[in-house]
Design a protein around this ligand. Structure first.
Ligand code: SF4
Ligand code: SF4
Length: 247
């Protein structure tokens, strides 16, 4: 069987998603028997784009012209292009100020310096290219990354997750922080798959995995209102990881 030809690229991000993959130390030796990394600048040198890739995993959002050039080249040479992590899927923390005046923000940080010349408002990958699959999380769960590699080895894409964090919470028989403690927990609107990592430690969900498909925002906002949170507070929290949430 031919090895899987993989490319892994990092755009505007903290590198945490790529590190999560590199941290699979026990599984990596076995993976490397069936995978060839042909472009993985964070881990392998030289990093040269050449040939065709069975799949490309991209971490991070787009905020610089050279990142867009790289993404377009990777898209052109990859059978599958997969957004890995909430920055790639939704913009993530780099995009959390997208609703504010960009020039004022730039001046408040860099003054008259031209350090940011050419940069633009951070965008998720799907704003610029077709994306075949999304693995959300900040960073994604290790099991999701390993399952993704397993799916790609079979020539398949991962099945999309469609349940909210609340379902994970119920599976773990957690006390509901929203209904029982009136905490601002974003679990009803957030994509599940993390095993309710935070509510299981009695910490409200911050929405780091982005929106669950078909999230019922208006119904959830009513519930938050009953608990004493106004719409602006809830939307402000939601937009920390996904600026695309509309009021
Ligand atoms: S604690 Fe949060 S995630 Fe868990 S059930 Fe309640 S609202 Fe949902
Ligand atoms: S509970 Fe919410 S904030 Fe915590 S890891 Fe899961 S999605 Fe992210």
């Amino acid at each position: 069987m031919k090895p899987l030809r993989l490319a892994i690229a990092g755009l505007t991000a903290c590198s945490g998603c790529q590190l999560s993959l590199l941290n699979c130390e026990q599984e990596l030796p076995q993976m490397l028997e069936r995978i060839e990394f042909h472009f993985f600048p964070m881990a392998c040198s030289p990093a040269i784009l050449e040939g065709e890739y069975d799949a490309t995993l991209v971490e991070g959002c787009l905020s610089m012209p050279h990142e867009l050039d790289l993404l377009l080249a990777l898209r052109q040479h990859s059978r599958y292009l997969i957004a890995v992590g909430t920055c790639a899927a939704w913009g993530g923390v780099a995009a959390l100020r997208n609703g504010e005046n960009r020039e004022e923000l730039r001046q408040s940080v860099y003054g008259s310096s031209t350090a940011t010349s050419g940069s633009f408002s951070p965008q998720p990958l799907h704003a610029m290219v077709a994306v075949d699959a999304f693995i959300c999380g900040c960073p994604p769960e290790k099991e999701e990354l390993l399952n993704l590699i397993g799916d790609l080895l079979r020539g398949a894409l991962p099945s999309p997750i469609s349940h909210p964090v609340c379902s994970d919470c119920q599976m773990r028989e957690n006390l509901c922080l929203l209904t029982e403690r009136s905490a601002l927990c974003l679990g009803p609107l957030t994509l599940g798959g993390c095993g309710a990592r935070c509510p299981s430690l009695e910490v409200p969900c911050e929405g780091c995995r982005g929106p669950v498909p078909e999230a019922n925002l208006s119904e959830a906002l009513e519930l938050y209102l009953q608990k004493g949170y106004d719409h602006a507070a809830v939307l402000g929290r939601l937009r920390r990881f996904c600026p695309e949430w509309k009021s």
